[in-house]
Ligand binder design. Structure first.
Ligand SMILES: N[C@@H](CCC(=O)N[C@@H](CS)C(=O)NCC(=O)O)C(=O)O
Length: 201
């Protein structure tokens, strides 16, 4: 039984909770962070005051993308290409997600947490930056169905979580057909609806 620590309305927790369902792993999730605060028990596992973290027997791990790689390597090798070039391409998009998170942050915080709208200068600049980066992803998805290689896998999860936020925020969006088609495919994957497509608040 894997324990996932973290509130589900966190992008980084969503990745891990989604992976656990997609991979069919027995798990439980315990709310932590945000309005739930941090217990001393949790901070002993992850002193960074950040979520998520997991416990899997003696294995304690934080950093969401490291957790995804661990879960795939330990339990679900089909979710991560074994071919070095494909694997590296997938890793690239997993790392790139953190740049995208920076770009989308002001739009997310502004619209979801601060009651602003798309006319706010910070929201507007962030929406524009998000659209520019999503155009880069759209061009990649014109060439292949999945960021993980031949099939859906962990490399699709980080940006898969952020894509839902992108499509949920009240911001202008460019017409990005390959991104939209990938987002539709993600919605067919086990766990996406329950863990990712939840209210942003
Ligand atoms: N690089 C870290 C980032 C973790 C992170 O920023 N977590 C946010 C939530 S998405 C957090 O812990 N915020 C403080 C809180 O929720 O109290 C990861 O991928 O796990």
């Amino acid at each position: 039984m894997i324990t996932i620590w973290g509130r589900l309305n966190s992008h980084n927790v969503k990745k891990v909770a989604w992976a656990a369902i997609a991979m069919g792993l027995p798990h439980r999730r315990i709310d932590m962070g945000g309005a739930f605060g941090f217990t001393p028990e949790y901070l002993a596992l992850n002193p960074n005051r950040m979520i998520p973290a997991i416990e899997d027997g003696p294995v304690v791990l934080w950093e969401s993308n490291a957790i995804l790689r661990y879960l795939a390597d330990a339990y679900a090798p089909d979710f991560r290409s074994a071919e070095p070039a494909d694997r590296a391409q997938g890793d690239k998009w997993m790392d790139w997600q953190f740049h995208f998170a920076d770009a989308q942050r002001d739009a997310f915080l502004g619209c979801v947490r601060q009651g602003k709208d798309a006319d706010d200068p910070a929201v507007s600049a962030s929406a524009e930056a998000s659209n520019s980066m999503m155009a880069v992803l759209d061009a990649e998805l014109a060439k292949r169905e999945w960021l993980s290689g031949q099939r859906f896998g962990i490399a699709d999860m980080p940006m898969g979580v952020y894509a839902h936020t992108f499509y949920s925020l009240p911001i202008p969006r460019a017409n990005l057909p390959h991104l939209a088609a990938w987002y539709a495919r993600l919605q067919q994957q086990p766990g996406y609806a329950e863990t990712v497509m939840i209210p942003l608040t």
